[in-house]
Design a protein around this ligand. Structure first.
Ligand SMILES: [Zn+2]
Ligand SMILES: [Zn+2]
Length: 235
């Protein structure tokens, strides 16, 4: 599989991450990626940057170290109504957003119905292009309804490489079941590193293994082909 883009990266603006935008771009260039996307945590995360950080991303160049640089955010879904933690006026200046539940930021006691409703509603927000790590077993979801709406709204399902290490235990098995269903529905997916250090950019070994294990069609993996990617992200 020829990965061309990694759209889930955290810089030092999220204080539990350890690399700069430039370090990511240099590493991505060395790793042969064409596109990267910076997606620091929304302001509701305990160590997320202030909203000014997102407002000012527009000053960054379109290309850095020969790599196309997209400006994004990993929004926190704050409740079961899909409320997010960035004003629409600022969000609209970005290229795209990932929307994720993070236990501790979002309520940890919701039912499957409530989390599902949150995902369904957040897909109605402009620029929400990716649902982040939705195979986390800590967040129970009715996958059929979420995947059907994602297909309808052209929202991508993320296959998050970091989840399959020690970060979100049990995600690999849930992800496998989810992907089998997504394959039937015909969802577009994106493989991403969720890197918190530049050496992780484009490192997608576990995500690739999972996609291969279920024989996921490459023409539905948007960052496995630059033309498919450009069509999807309009870049
Ligand atoms: Zn996340
Ligand atoms: Zn993340």
């Amino acid at each position: 599989m020829n990965i061309c883009a990694d759209l889930h990266l955290h810089t030092i603006a999220s204080q539990h991450a350890y690399s700069t935008v430039t370090e990511y771009a240099k590493q991505a260039s060395q790793n042969g990626l064409s596109v990267i996307g910076i997606t620091d945590h929304g302001p509701a995360m305990n160590d997320g940057p202030h909203e000014y950080f997102f407002m000012n991303l527009r000053i960054l160049p379109e290309h850095l170290e020969g790599v196309r640089l997209l400006k994004g955010i990993e929004l926190n879904i704050l409740d079961d109504e899909g409320t997010i933690d960035l004003k629409s006026t600022i969000l609209s200046t970005l290229d795209y957003a990932i929307a994720s539940y993070h236990p501790g930021i979002s309520p940890a006691y919701y039912s499957q119905k409530q989390y599902t409703n949150g995902y369904l509603k957040v897909m109605d927000k402009p620029l929400v292009k990716i649902l982040g790590h939705i195979d986390n077993p800590a967040i129970p979801v009715d996958y059929e309804s979420v995947l059907l709406k994602a297909k309808e709204k052209n929202v991508l399902i993320e296959i998050n490489n970091s989840s399959y290490g020690y970060i979100r235990p049990g995600s690999y098995e849930v992800g496998k079941k989810m992907l089998l269903l997504a394959k039937e529905i015909g969802n577009k997916i994106i493989l991403s590193s969720d890197a918190h250090f530049h050496e992780q950019v484009g490192v997608l070994d576990m995500s690739i293994q999972l996609a291969k294990e279920v024989n996921y069609p490459e023409d539905l993996i948007v960052n496995s082909n630059i033309n498919l990617f450009k069509e999807c992200f309009n870049v």
